[in-house]
Design a protein around this ligand. Structure first.
Ligand SMILES: *Cc1c(COP(=O)(O)O)cnc(C)c1O
Ligand SMILES: [Zn+2]
Length: 413
C-alpha cells in the first residue's frame, strides 16, 4: 500500500504523476513527493512502527517506495547516544548524538540510496548511477551489488583513498573525474540526458532519494520516546538532508505520531572552505552564491548546492543558525567527539561537532535545549585527517623497564 498521491513542483505547485520525473517542465523547479497524510494517519501507529524492521523501512508508509522488495543492506535505526560527557564540556543540559557512522557503508547516504534504488527498481531502471562526493559512491556501489544491478558511479579524482577503495571493492564501474564535485555533477546531468535508462540517484531520481533523509527525524523522535528535540545540528552539502529532516518532524505531527506540535530549531553546519549556505545566512541573503570548495571535509564539498536555498529557508523559518568551521576546527571536532564519547566520525562529523561548539559559544544553541547532533559518516574513511595527531603513546621494547621509562602514569593508575 503506497500513500503517495503524486509529485508536485516546489516552486509553482504544478502536480505530476509519481514517475521518473525530477524537474518541473514548466518552471524547472525541483519536484517533491506528495502523500495522503489523512490516510497515513488512519493506518499507522507507534505500535505498528515498533513492529516493523529495525531499519528505515519501519517508516515505509512515509516513504515513496514499498518495503516489500526494498533494496536494503539494513540502513537506519542507528543508535541515538546520550552524550553527557560532551554535553558537560559544552555546558549543555541534554545532548544526543545520532550515530550514523554505523550504517552499512558507514554513512547516512545508505538511507537515501536504499530509498532511491528501491524506487528505481519499481520504475524499471536497471543501472544505478550517481555523482558523488564519496559516501554516495560507496553506498550506491554496495546497494547495486546487493541488488544485482549494474552501477556506474562518478567521483572527483582527488578523493580520500578510504572512499575510493570502499567503492571499487564492490566491482561496479567507478569513474574518477578530473574536477570538483560540481564538475562531476554537471557531467552526470549531461549523461542522464544521454542514458535515460540509468537511475542517477541524486539527479534524475533525486525527488525519491531525498525522502530517505526524513528517516533521521523519524528515528530521532521515536528514540526520544516519540518526542521531538528542541534543536538539531545538521551538516550541509547539497542541503537536501537538512531540508528533509525539517520536513520529517512536521510529517510526524501531520500523521498523529507526536503528542505535541514540534518546534524544532534546525541549525546547519558547513566547512568555511565550502560554506555557500552559511555565508548567505550570515549576510541575510536569499541567494546562495556558488563557491569553489577548498576543505578537508570533502563529503560536504559542494560549491553550488542544489537545495541550498531550501536549507537556508528551513533554518531561518525554524529560528536556527549556521556554523562555519575551519579545517583545524574540523580536526578538533573529530577528536573532541572521539575523546568524550567514543565515536569516531569522518570530517563531516567534525564539521557538525565543531559547528555545535561554535553555535553554543554564540548562544544560538541554548544550554537548556534538548540538542541532537547528526554525525553522518565514519572516521575510518578519512583517517588522513587525524592521522598526524593520532600516534601510539610510545613504541617500546617488550620489557617492564621500557614501559616504566616511556609512559608517564598518574598516581591513581
Ligand atoms: C552527503 C553527506 C552529507 C550531506 O548531504 P546533503 O547533500 O546536504 O544532503 C552529510 N554528511 C555526510 C557524511 C555526507 O556524505
Ligand atoms: Zn514548477
Amino acid at each position: 500500500m503506497s500513500y503517495v498521491e503524486g509529485l508536485r513542483c516546489r516552486e509553482c505547485g504544478r502536480p505530476y504523476p509519481a514517475e521518473a520525473l525530477h524537474v518541473c517542465e514548466w518552471c524547472f523547479g525541483p519536484l517533491e513527493v506528495v502523500y495522503d497524510y489523512e490516510a497515513i494517519r488512519a493506518a499507522v501507529s507507534r505500535a505498528s512502527i515498533a513492529a516493523g524492521p529495525l531499519s528505515i523501512w519501519r517508516y515505509a508508509d512515509l516513504l515513496p517506495a514499498a518495503a516489500d522488495g526494498a533494496v536494503s543492506l539494513g540502513a537506519g535505526f542507528t543508535p541515538l547516544v546520550r552524550a553527557d560527557r560532551l554535553a558537560a564540556e559544552l555546558g549543555l543540559r541534554e545532548l544526543w548524538i545520532k550515530n550514523d557512522t554505523l550504517n552499512p557503508t558507514g554513512s547516512f547516504k545508505d538511507r537515501v540510496v536504499s530509498v532511491a534504488l528501491t524506487k528505481a527498481q519499481e520504475l524499471g531502471f536497471k543501472v544505478a548511477a550517481c555523482a558523488s562526493t564519496g559516501n554516495l559512491a560507496n553506498s550506491v556501489a554496495a546497494h547495486a551489488a546487493h541488488a544485482g544491478m549494474e552501477s556506474v558511479v562518478f567521483i572527483p579524482a582527488d578523493l580520500e583513498a578510504g572512499k575510493v577503495v570502499t567503492t571499487a571493492v564492490f566491482g561496479g564501474r567507478l569513474v574518477a573525474v578530473e574536477g570538483n564535485y560540481d564538475d562531476v555533477n554537471r557531467l552526470c546531468a549531461e549523461l542522464a540526458g544521454e542514458h535515460p535508462a540509468w537511475a542517477f540517484v541524486n539527479v534524475n531520481v533525486r525527488t525519491y532519494y531525498a525522502e530517505g533523509s526524513k528517516t533521521l527525524a523519524f528515528e530521532t523522535a521515536e528514540q526520544l520516546g516519540w518526542q521531538a528535540p528542541d534543536h538539531v545540528v545538521v551538516p550541509v552539502a547539497s542541503g537536501s538532508q537538512l531540508t528533509k529532516v525539517a520536513k520529517g518532524f512536521k510529517e510526524l505531527w501531520a500523521v498523529g505520531l507526536l503528542d505535541e506540535e514540534p518546534h524544532v530549531r534546525i541549525s546547519g553546519a558547513q566547512a568555511t572552505g565550502c560554506s555557500p549556505v552559511a555565508t548567505a545566512f550570515a549576510a541575510g541573503r536569499d541567494v546562495v552564491k556558488p563557491v569553489k570548495p577548498d576543505t578537508i571535509a570533502k563529503s560536504l564539498a559542494i560549491g553550488n548546492p542544489a537545495d541550498g536555498p531550501y536549507a537556508l529557508e528551513a533554518v531561518r523559518a525554524s529560528g536556527g543558525g549556521f556554523g562555519s568551521v575551519t579545517d583545524d576546527e574540523i580536526v578538533a571536532g573529530i577528536r573532541l567527539l572521539a575523546r568524550t564519547e567514543g565515536i569516531f566520525a569522518e570530517t563531516a562529523g567534525g564539521v557538525t561537532i565543531a559547528s555545535l561548539v561554535q553555535l553554543v559559544d554564540s548562544g544560538v544553541v541554548r544550554p537548556d535545549e534538548r540538542v541532537v547532533a547528526l554525525v553522518t559518516g565514519n572516521g575510518l574513511k578519512t583517517i588522513e585527517a587525524v592521522a598526524p595527531h593520532c600516534r601510539p603513546t610510545a613504541t617500546i621494547a617488550p620489557t617492564l623497564e621500557a614501559f616504566a621509562e616511556a609512559v608517564d602514569l598518574p598516581a591513581e593508575l
